[in-house]
Design a protein around this ligand. Structure first.
Ligand SMILES: *Cc1c(COP(=O)(O)O)cnc(C)c1O
Length: 423
């Protein structure tokens, strides 16, 4: 096969519009509901509830805003309403996924809390229940766990739920990447006391931006809706008893979300096909696709990822902002493959750099079950049996171009580009 750079760039995951979106946006325009009230918002919230199976959805400006209000609400329920200017989690530790986007974690800090990162398991690349159990042994007072489903693959969420129940801890579930994925037949977004979705431009469906807060509590949904619109009291003037935010989704954005939701299943089917084609096409290479629990879960296959076997990794050294690698025959590394993909006008991406390795969070505790039977709070300890699963996946893994508009022929070309890196 002759390799030539793609004429039109192949994206990691770009928006896919279908035509209904613009009709709802036009409707908002024609009826002049151009603000944060209107039929599109109501309909989008209804469609989200129907899809996920939750009682309440509150449409917000982003997934990050939804996480902030979910975490704040959990904090207030656990520790009460703080004085104005103080977070609900001040001085409190919160357990959190480690291998994830920083938007999962930052809202803990917005509320003054301190994230304690829980190591990742190898079966789904999500929070490891055993490491979580360890973390409760070390920090028995923790009452909140923030857990994400990476790349659209559900984590071992019933184990995590069981542990949290035993320790009376609340769960905030970050389903930003996993809309439509199921675990034991249940949609992700149903496993948290509070859960969130994102409609960011590269997610499986998009509003161009936007997010949703999900819960089964009507009272809590009402509270989040109120907080998101500057926390106005029911009074003839602007009356305020609580801190407010400007986090509500616009009716224009909601028109796009409303138009996209009916295509979620179609997008999932396309993403699954892409995943399966990579799996087939990369057969025989010393690599593995991002794993999932085939018995209990059905991912939404948002991003196809792969991980390179340890013994065929060439030397790759990542500093804070640069990377070097040493090409070797028969060996490769994510950097080499990502460069080859980029040179041919396609977009891959490194795996999320684990939060415990990020300069901003480097002094936070990190807990893994590996080591000498005790929880570890330092990822760099060289010790018999010590392992840092997240760092290892970051080192050897990468996200492949997963755009659902990529043709089979284009994907075959990408597979060939990857194959040649192993020559
Ligand atoms: C995208 C994403 C978010 C944030 O969503 P936004 O809508 O972009 O604010 C949060 N968590 C995870 C895991 C994400 O991938």
């Amino acid at each position: 096969m002759e390799i030539r750079p793609f004429e039109k760039k192949i994206w990691l995951s770009s928006p896919t519009m279908h035509g209904d979106e613009i009709k709802y946006v036009q409707e908002a325009y024609d009826t002049n509901w151009m603000s944060t009230v209107g039929a599109n918002i109501n309909e989008a919230e209804k469609l989200i509830c129907e899809k996920v199976g939750c009682k309440e959805a509150v449409a917000l400006s982003s997934g990050t805003a939804a996480l902030h209000l979910a975490i704040k609400l959990a904090g207030e329920r656990l520790y009460g309403q703080p004085k104005v200017g103080h977070g609900t989690l001040e001085g409190k530790k919160v357990f959190c996924s480690d291998l994830t986007f920083d938007a999962t974690v930052n809202p803990i800090a917005y509320e003054g809390g301190e994230a304690v990162f829980i190591d990742t398991e190898e079966d789904t690349w999500n929070m490891d229940p055993e490491s979580l159990e360890r973390a409760f042994e070390t920090y028995p007072d923790v009452k909140l766990v923030v857990v994400a489903h990476l790349y659209g693959t559900p984590g071992k969420i019933d184990g995590i739920q069981r542990i949290c129940r035993a320790h009376n801890a609340l769960i905030v579930e970050d389903a930003a990447e996993s809309f439509g994925a199921t675990y034991k037949g249940k949609q992700t977004g149903l496993f948290g006391d509070y859960s969130i979705l994102s409609f960011n431009g590269n997610k499986i469906i998009t509003g161009s931006a936007g997010g949703a807060f999900l819960t089964n509590s009507t009272e809590d949904a009402h509270k989040v809706r109120k907080w998101s619109t500057q926390a106005r009291e029911d009074a003839p003037w602007y009356q305020h008893e609580e801190l407010g935010y400007n986090y509500r989704m616009s009716n224009v954005i909601a028109g796009i979300v409303r138009g996209q939701i009916p295509y979620l299943e179609e997008h999932i089917a396309q993403k699954k096909e892409i995943f399966m084609r990579y799996k087939e096409g990369l057969k025989g290479l010393p690599v593995r696709m991002n794993p999932y629990d085939k018995k209990n879960s059905e991912p939404n296959f948002w991003l196809s990822c792969m991980i390179i076997d340890e013994d065929v990794m060439c030397r790759q050294v990542r500093g804070e902002k640069e990377v070097l690698y040493n090409p070797e025959p028969g060996k490769t590394c994510p950097t080499e493959i990502l460069s080859a993909i980029a040179e041919n006008n396609a977009e891959g991406r490194p795996i999320w750099k684990p939060m415990h390795m990020q300069p901003i969070y480097r002094s936070n505790a990190f807990i893994t079950k590996y080591g000498n039977g005790r929880a570890r709070s330092n990822a760099y300890i060289e010790e018999e049996g010590f392992k840092d699963v997240g760092a290892d996946i970051f080192n050897r893994g990468l996200c492949l171009p997963s755009d659902n508009k990529m043709t089979k022929e284009q994907q075959d070309m990408i597979i060939e580009i990857i194959r040649r890196c192993f020559d």
